[in-house]
Design a protein around this ligand. Structure first.
Ligand SMILES: NC(=O)c1ccc[n+]([C@@H]2O[C@H](COP(=O)([O-])OP(=O)(O)OC[C@H]3O[C@@H](n4cnc5c(N)ncnc54)[C@H](OP(=O)(O)O)[C@@H]3O)[C@@H](O)[C@H]2O)c1
Length: 361
């Protein structure tokens, strides 16, 4: 099937979100026309940043209300589009019948449009490496596109916290199958890792969750996460560029998935310590990490850290088909911190205020 043409029209679901907002902005920067799909086009706290984009003034960016829990909500919006970036979350990842229903009606709107050539479906790195048994990561430590979680493990259930990654795999396959059944468009999956980078609207500080964790670090409290899993990062702007690269690529095929990450990893406590190194003028009073894990997980800390450290993260496929060069994590942290302060008025805890002595020059 065909890539989207230069200056073509792209619909973006989840456009008010952290990633969706950057997909919109980068599409506009590259000259595309954009239909931003949001739940409530009048909710200014969430969509004002879209209305302030220069493309909105000219009409190159338009806003469209669509709640994907309503079948057919995209029928009219997708007509005339060349591509769709389906970035949005769904209401629940644990109800897999619901996930399938949502995919089916979105795919049906794509098919009915008569104009859409390509859909990029936002999945997650969780759909590649989230395991019910962490030892599976030691058995298959190379993290690349053909790797799926062990789907035969009986503990892989929503009740045991696997609903998100299961729902994402279901969505990837549902779109690829619908594209084959229709024959006129293709579905490519993008699996982003942990997104760090600037927020564009204050409400985005609460989502993520990675930008929210950085907010918590700035405020003086943050938590050990993911059973000592390091952050495996990508800049949110690079995730957006990966989506656009996949929409434009002449090399990708229906059903393929591409992981979007720089392959840079950092433990959560080192992320926090980085803030003072990257932005010394902030005088950030870096707190200690709070470890709320139960004792049985704490007892395995060294073993779990060793499993994560043994992973071999790959990104050659997305680099080959999009030409992307990933930003350094330090740049993403700097821009995230500055945007939290400038856009969401987050007031970091500073050494001077808390009475901690400042280092002498
Ligand atoms: N952030 C990450 O690190 C990360 C990593 C891997 C994968 N992902 C994936 O990337 C996508 C975007 O994540 P994000 O971090 O940008 O999340 P986000 O900031 O929470 O944005 C998600 C958007 O989904 C929309 N949404 C949720 N339920 C909806 C519904 N029923 N109908 C219409 N829209 C709905 C919301 O729209 P409104 O604002 O209009 O209500 C929201 O703006 C998700 O698919 C997520 O699984 C994210």
């Amino acid at each position: 099937m065909a890539p989207i043409p230069k200056n073509g029209t792209v619909a973006v679901t989840g456009a008010a979100g952290f990633i969706g907002g950057w997909v919109v902005r980068r599409l506009l920067d590259k000259g595309f026309r954009v239909r931003a799909c949001v739940r409530d086009a009048n909710d200014d706290a969430r969509v004002d940043f879209l209305k302030r984009m220069p493309g909105h003034a000219s009409g190159r960016l338009t806003l469209h209300a669509a709640d994907l829990d309503r079948d057919g909500c995209f029928d009219e919006i997708f007509k005339g589009c060349h591509g769709v970036a389906h970035v949005s979350h769904v209401t629940s990842y644990d109800d897999h019948e619901y996930v399938r229903r949502v995919c089916d009606h979105i795919a049906s709107s794509v098919s009915q449009s008569g104009t859409v050539n390509r859909v990029v479906v936002t999945s997650s790195i969780a759909a590649v490496l989230s395991e019910a048994d962490i030892n599976e990561l030691a058995r298959r430590p190379v993290i690349y596109e053909d790797r799926y979680p062990d789907e035969t493990n009986p503990k892989r259930t929503p009740e045991r916290g696997q609903g998100y990654s299961m729902g994402k795999v279901i969505a990837e396959r549902a779109f690829a199958d619908a594209a084959v059944a229709h024959g006129g468009w293709d579905a490519i999956t993008c699996c982003p890792a942990d997104n760090v980078g600037p927020i564009q609207s204050a409400h985005q500080k609460n989502a993520g969750p990675w930008q929210h964790f950085i907010e918590m670090m700035l405020l003086g409290k943050y938590y050990q996460n993911g059973a000592y899993r390091p952050w495996m990062t990508v800049d949110v702007r690079d995730t957006a560029d990966c989506h656009i690269g996949l929409l434009e690529s002449t090399q990708v095929k229906n059903g393929e998935r591409y992981i979007a990450w720089s392959t840079e990893t950092r433990n959560v406590e080192d992320i926090c310590a980085s803030i003072d190194r990257i932005l010394p003028e902030l005088e950030h009073d870096a707190p200690a990490v709070t470890d709320n894990f139960p004792d049985r997980i704490k007892a395995r800390e060294a073993e779990l850290r060793a499993i994560w450290a043994g992973l071999d993260l790959r990104n050659e496929r997305i680099r080959a088909v999009t030409g992307i060069r990933f930003r350094a994590l330090d740049d993403s942290i700097r821009d995230c911190v500055e945007s939290l302060m400038a856009v969401a008025c987050v007031q970091p805890k500073r050494r001077r205020e808390s009475g901690t002595e400042l280092p002498r020059d």
